[in-house]
Ligand binder design. Structure first.
Ligand code: PGA
Length: 244
């Protein structure tokens, strides 16, 4: 059982450490399956993975990636989609094929449910996720598993919490443009990863990190479930760790 908290002096060092952990996983297992996250927090990690690919120290040719979530409804080609985000910040720069993001454009409820089942089946067929990278939202969400998400939940359509929509408003040009729903891997999907790396940066995350890491393990705070995992690394900068 590994449960480690690693505190870096600043965001730059934080991203360097997380990039090192991901690189080590891929070097040890060239056909690794990575679970990846969007948001501001992992951006510096992706920059470093791209640098490592470009200087020849990291090869993604055997790697498969699955992203945590996608807004719904959302066309993959929209500049607001997480599909576009991942293409822009990682996948157009590296040789990782295939990579998957949940489908945000299925039409009926039945079609959404079917694409969610397919996503789970693709993860299983790839051999399961070796390393899952997570951010944490100010609601305590991981992926888009908002408070109330049960530990056995799987990839499904979810409703976004008001605070999550507010936090996304600026990038959408106003709250009215932020979708109300998303397709997200479940807590159960995430907990099946063989290794979890949760990263957080900045004072805005300090309180939720404290609650998730030291309070009760509860559906009210989805990130708290990671503490039940047997191989969890919590990477923080000093600001995010300031209330621990
Ligand atoms: P952030 O988002 O990295 O943009 O803070 C984290 C999250 O919502 O999981």
């Amino acid at each position: 059982m590994t449960s480690m908290v690693i505190v870096a002096p600043d965001y730059t060092q934080l991203c360097e450490l997380v990039a090192q952990q991901i690189s080590a996983r891929v070097q040890a297992k060239p056909n690794a399956v990575l679970g990846l996250a969007t948001g501001a927090t992992p951006l510096g990690v992706y920059t470093r993975l791209v640098q490592r690919f470009q200087n020849g120290t990291l090869d993604f040719s055997g790697v498969t990636c699955f992203n945590l979530d996608e807004y719904y409804p959302m066309s993959a080609t929209s500049p607001h989609s997480y599909h576009s985000f991942m293409q822009e910040h990682l996948f157009r720069h590296v040789n990782c094929r295939p990579w998957f993001v949940p489908d945000g454009q299925a039409g009926s409820d039945a079609q959404v449910a079917e694409t969610c089942r397919e996503y789970e089946a693709q993860i299983a067929a790839s051999g399961g996720i070796d390393l899952q990278l997570l951010g944490i939202g100010r609601t305590g969400h991981i992926g888009f598993n908002e408070p109330g998400s049960p530990p056995e939940s799987r990839t499904r359509l979810v409703s976004l919490a008001p605070q999550t929509r507010e936090d996304a408003a600026e990038s959408f040009g106003g709250l009215a443009h932020v979708p109300h729903q998303a397709v997200s891997m479940g807590i159960g999907t995430i907990l099946e990863a063989r290794e979890i790396v949760l990263m957080a940066s900045g004072t805005a995350k300090a309180e939720i990190v404290r609650a998730a890491w030291t309070g009760s393990v509860t559906e009210r705070l989805p990130a708290s479930w990671v503490r039940t995992h047997r191989n969890i690394h919590l990477y923080l900068d000093t600001d995010a760790a300031s209330l621990l």
